[in-house]
Design a protein. Sequence first.
Lengths: 218, 255, 298
Amino acid sequence: MRNSFDHKLIQLNNDLIRMGGMIEEAIASAITALRENDAELARKVVKNDRFVDDEEKNIESQCLSIILREQPVARDLRKVSAALKMVTDMERIADNAADIAEISIIADVSALMHILNEIKTMSEKVITMVSHAVDSFVNTDMQLANDTIKADDEVDELFISIRNKIVQLIKDEACSGDVAVDALMIVKYLERIADHAVNICEWVEFFETGEYKNTQII
Amino acid sequence: MSENESIKISTKNVNLYYGENHALKDINLDIKTNKITAFIGPSGCGKSTFLKSLNRMNDLIPGCRITGQFLLDGEDIYVPGVDTNLLRRRIGMVFQKPNPFPMSIYDNIAYGPRVHGIKGKAKLDRIVEESLIGAAVFDEVKDRLHKSALSLSGGQQQRICIARAIAVQPEVILMDEPTSALDPVSTLKIEELMNTLKEKYTVAIVTHNMQQATRISDYTAFFLVGEMVEYAKTEELFSRPQDKRTEDYITGRFG
Amino acid sequence: MEKPVINSLTKKRRRVSDIVLKVLIFTSAAIVVALTLGMIIYIVVKGMEGLSWNFLSTPAFSYPYENYGVLGNIVNTLYLVVITLLVATPIGVGAAIYLTEYAKQGRLTRIIEFTTETLAGIPSIIYGLFGSVFFYNIFKVNYSILTGALTLSIMVLPTIIRTTQEAIKTVPLGYREGSIGLGAPKWHMIRTVVLPSCIDGILTSVILSIGRIVGESAALIFTAGIAADFNFDSIADIFTKVMNQGGSLTVQLYQYAQRGGSEMKYAFSTALVLLITVLIINICAKLVAYRIRKKRSV
């Protein structure tokens, strides 16, 4: 029963996985570009953001088409509407990665050698969160979604600790103000990405229960 | 479900048998006053049977046996001594196929009031007009009240049947797939009408069309092989069904 | 065998069996039409010979015996038709309503229905025999139009009951449900919805009955007798006539035919009159049916 509908839902899942892969790669490449001062790679990340935007539109149009043609209810309705909401977060994640890449092109943060490693650690955690967030939706894994939401605390702690280090660097006049602000923006972007990953996980919760941020919205 | 809604009809442990066939199993369901309650489920699930048992139309079927309680405003309608004619005046019915009598539109609407002893042209004229207005069909037929009701379109006929039902001022209107024989425009007109009907009446409707149930009803009950599987607010049932069988049915992954 | 062209829309393949069947069907139809037309033409031609105003306005065998006519028989036939229908229709329709609407469907109703069907198959002479004995005991008259009409009533009852039953069964369930659903009591439903809807069926049964009444002879010889006087001297005679003998057209036909010879032509004339009478009665019934239907559909 409803083979074509099920096929469309599988297609939607696959495209979400693909988009997830694209944004994970964007974050990783942006951080690599930053650490290795690879302007070429950074420009590629900025350029590839367009493809993520295209993928977002593709998924949105799939969702709207499913709503129009299949009139999904219950679980199907929650799945499609969650997908429709979470692609926005995914697209923002890609935007933030592109923002990091842009900063890496204009700013020379090599002066901040000793906090770059911590930024790398933070970015790895963030990438894992994003990956788990998308996985938890695709595989309807509530446990993974909850764990991912909890992981955000670690990222927040890392953010505070790096921020404090940057503040210390400014106090010690160990780096220029420009560089310090750029570095702060980069970690802020990473922190924002983690928040978007949390948002995605919250849509997973909605998909499972109909509750979004502890409110029954359907 | 919120507590301030009053209950019009309450059924308790209702079982219904057609001969050996156990057609309804332990149905417990409260129909709320001035709400539209939809019964959905696959063919043969007992939803129509249940609807018809609400005003004892099943009495017409030989070999039909019912246990349990049906309380209309707290009064059991299946105890001996109940006047079924009066009961059916209080709980009216609209059927799947538009079934106006082969007489004039006027006589169709006046049929019920006449049955219940209302006489006098002025009085009947008023009832006929009010009922036709209430069923949103007055403007279309006002110039041909004395023409045969069978000359109307299917959608108009069904609204005539609704007008005929409300002419006896019922408290509850039962509708058995009232739009399944109609085109989409007529269907929408009747759905629109049902929304205004619920201001005055309590409406229970059987429908095969789940979109229709989601559009018009306040509560939905899902039936499966004689059981009432789930009963909830329509939005809840269609967004977060609690029972796997409901989920499978409404998402179309049934059977 | 050549491979048939199956995708051609214009080249229709004709199968031999189709053609044979078609020919057979047309032949059967032709035989029926030819027989009917032939019979009617034969009767009209032979009947015209003896038909005259005098024949129509004279009672048969009035003295002296040279008078040949059917006036009395026409009147007697009309009497029989009217009285029989007045008796049989209400009883038949009532029985049909009881059987379909009220009687519990089961062995008893099946037995009653079987009996009615059997009744329809009993030869009319037996009705005649029974009627003459049974009603003689009631009215103490050997022959009378009333006895004949009552006997005929018994005879046409099965037709009326069965046809009406069938008509009642075809009333859409929707009408009944609609009426009951509005809180109408059962009898009210039957009166206002069921009966008006099967008026056509009832009329059909009446027309069929008229056919049987007009065409009946065997049952009438024993019961209504053969006399064909035409005595309407006072208004009271209109009513007392029912207790008198009254031979119908068919009985008269039988008598003319039995005597044969020169009277044979009058047998055909009577047959012609009989045909025309049936025709007129049927047209009237159809007109009534048409009027009723028109009135109902407004």
